[in-house]
Every structure is written in structure tokens, then in C-alpha cells.
Design a protein around this ligand. Sequence first.
Ligand SMILES: Cc1cc2nc3c(=O)[nH]c(=O)nc-3n(C[C@H](O)[C@H](O)[C@H](O)COP(=O)(O)O)c2cc1C
Length: 490
Amino acid sequence: MIAVYQDLHDYISVLEKRGLLKRIKAEVDPVLEITEITDRVSKRGGPALLFEKVKGSSCPVLINAFGSFERMALSLGVDNLDQIGARISELLQLQDIPGGGLLDKLKVLPRLAEIASWAPKLVKNAPCQEVVAYDKDASLDDLPILQCWPEDGGRYITLPLVITKDPLTGARNMGMYRLQVFDERTTGMHWHIHKNGAENFRSCRKLGRRMEVAVSLGGDPATIYAATAPLPHGLDEMLFAGFLRKQAVEMVKCKTVDLEAPAYAEIVLEGYVDLDEQRREGPFGDHTGYYSLTDLYPVFHINCITRRRDAVYPATVVGKPPMEDCFLGKATERIFLPLLKMFMPEIVDINLPLEGVFHNCAVISIKKRYAGQAKKVMCAVWGMGQMMFTKMIIIVDEHVDVQDMSEVWWRVYNNTDPKRDFMTVDGPLEVLDHSSSLPAYGSKVGIDATKKWPEEGHQREWPAEIAMSEEIKELVTSRWREYGFTDEDR
Ligand SMILES: Cc1cc2nc3c(=O)[nH]c(=O)nc-3n(C[C@H](O)[C@H](O)[C@H](O)COP(=O)(O)O)c2cc1C
């Protein structure tokens, strides 16, 4: 079992020991040059990169730290992402047995104590506050902030953990929303309208209360991942991070806002978002592989920057997949599968293909037990949190390997009668979708590629799939060399 990382420095040393990180000592420009290097490395399945000498800043840049299945699992302290899904399944079964005796109840107690130990803990002194700069002394100019792509509207902070509170309940939210640098103390705040940060902002506007914001750059890797996880509004991402790392995230009170930040963050930006101010944000080379269009977004004003003396600046570059963010998405696919199964027990497996950049495609295998069940699953998926954005849902039977897209497409091409099996609906779409006629609203398609039943209107015989008999397979295997083939040819 991999130890819990206290911070990014811990994680960097583990990556390095395992040969999964490359230090780059040559001076590099954060404007475009880092992207080109990272893109080439990540497309080849290469390591995490630590740029030690970045033009214009004393801070090294860590990038591609999550950019493979191996590093994604390592960052969350497991050998395989399904191990986290299995822990979630176990938790979901953790309920008081109705009518159970005292002994049954006592069995649950240690697990409840374990859950309580994951809750974030407040500490007084924190490495992220070793250096504190207020007002005019606080400047983003000291940080190695990247301009990723040539047509980008400027420099962007690409891996920020944006912390806000629901002004009505005081519940914390942490989401990853990019920040476009407008000047040394002002950035854009790119929370999409459907996200929890935007919901908190709308509540602040209703109450006429200025919105305080803290942005953590860095923290332990589980905390960074947690900011990207599609948790429901009101569920604290810090508690979720504590669950992932099996240890509470230590938090410290911010210096100028009524919020807490991860004590082991590298850098924390403190400030506020004005209720009535908006500025044009973008364009930005996004994870769709296209530039996301410019639009009006709120503005983040920074009045304090705290940091570690030896701060490392964490970043990512997104673009045409596969890139680092795909693996954050794959972690979500594996971790949240048990939750999907809780609401839809017929689900066997799910694949969010990398080319679909999280929200454009979901392939789902189901145990079909009644007519129309594939369509029922489509509707349920469109009704679940951020799964509502899924532009194409493909449903296949339980024995189909959803991770094998060649197998999936074969089923789609052969098993569907479009008029009967393609269902289109209108509804909300991801803000980044550029293909719909209207922003964030358009159509989605569900494709039922399961075997069709007479009860679904298919009155003809459904043919059997071609497969060789076991007897002949065994015979041919045993005589393989006799035919003049080698074992590798088999
Ligand atoms: C690298 C990266 C960048 C992201 N940038 C944004 C962004 O700019 N705006 C946004 O709304 N979501 C962005 N997301 C997706 C959100 O982080 C994700 O939907 C998360 O669940 C939002 O948290 P929330 O549900 O608490 O709002 C990004 C995800 C990743 C991995």
C-alpha cells in the first residue's frame, strides 16, 4: 500500500523514485514552449515533468503529474483505480441492518469512526503561509503562469482549486475552474453556469453579499483530484479527499477571507468576486481540442497571496486528447461507477472514451431484463448530475466489453435500426460544446445497441453470433505447431 502524501513535494519524490518524473534543467518559456514540450511528452505516454528553470519566475512548474493510468492510481494511493470504486461500494453497503441486534449495530461503529477521521482538520500553522503578501505586494507576475496555445486570450492558471461557500448553509465547495490572468491581481472566474461554484455565486447575488474566494494551487494529489470530481452540491470535496487518502486534509484559516485552504498547498490566492462585474474571458485552447469561445464571466480580485518558501507551481495543459486531463476523467469513471450502479443496478460497466473528453460519450453495458430497459438507463443517466451533459450514450448487452471501442462500434453498426433504436432528446449541454446551435443547450442521442426483443417490436428472429465450438478451438490449439506456426502466431 502506498503511503499518504502530505503534499506535492512528497508526491514528486515518489514519482522520481519510480522513474515517473523527468526534471528539465534548461530554461523554458511559460509562453507556449512548456505546452509544446508537454504535448509531445504526454502524447507519447511520457513521464511527469518538473521544469526547474522557468523564464521570469523562481518557481518550478510541475506538469503531467496525473497523465497516465499508473500515475493517476499512484496519486490516489492505489495500484488500480477500481480499488477506490470497491471502497465506495463497501461504504454504500454500510447501513444499519433493519431489525438488527446490538451486535450488528456495534459492528458498524468502527467504520463510522473511520469516516469521522476523514473530515478536514483545522491547524494553526501551515506551510502554505510561510510567505504572505498583501495588496500591492501580492502579484501573480511572480508565478510561472502558462500561455498554453497561440490563440489563447492570455495566460491561464490551469490547475486551480477554487474554494467558496454556500452563503445560505456555509457548506464549502471546491471546484477546478480555470483563471485567465487579466493583470497582476485580477483574473477571470470560469465556473460554468451548471457548476457548484456558479450556484454559490448566484446565492451570493441574491443575498447581495460579496463573494469571498480562496484558490489553492497544489495540495496533496487526492485534494487536487477531488476538485475535479462531480460531487453533488453540499458534499464537501475536502471530506471526499480525506476518504481518498484515508486521512484528514489539514486546513488553515485564510488571512483575509472567511475560508480555509489546504495547509499543504503550494500557493493560495485570497480575494473576492464582485457581484455585478463581468469581463470577456477566452478564447482558450480547451480539452475538446478546439478553442472554447469567449464569453462573459465574473472577475476574481486578489488581495493576498500566501505561499511556501519552496513553492512548486502545479499546472496542466489541455488540448486534443489524449492529454493529462483524460486520466483525471478516467479516475472519475472508475470511482463513480458504484454510485451509478446503486441507482441503476442493471449497469455492468461504463467507458467514457478519451476522445469524448468526459461528457461527449458514455458506453454502458447493462443486464437487460425487460423491454425498453436501455432507454430507461439513457434517461436515468441524463438525469444524474454532470452526466446530464453526455451527448451520446451507447447501451450494449452485459457480455460486451465496453472498453473495446472496436467491439462497441461493431455492435452499434449491426444491432441498430436507427428509427427504432436512436433516441434524441433536447436539454442542457456542456458549456464547452461548440456544435450546438445555442450555447449550453441542444440535443443528445442515445443508441440502443442491445439485442432486440419481440416485446420491443422486433418480430423477426435475432441471429446468433458467430463463434467456433470449444472442441474445435482446443483441437486447433493443440495442433498449432504441427501446422508450422509458432506460439506467437496463435
Ligand atoms: C484541468 C481541468 C480544468 C477544468 N476547467 C473547468 C473550468 O474552467 N470551468 C468549469 O466549470 N469546469 C472545469 N473543469 C471541470 C470541473 O472541475 C468539474 O466539473 C468539477 O466537478 C466542478 O466542481 P463543482 O461540481 O463543485 O462545480 C475542469 C476540469 C479539469 C480536469
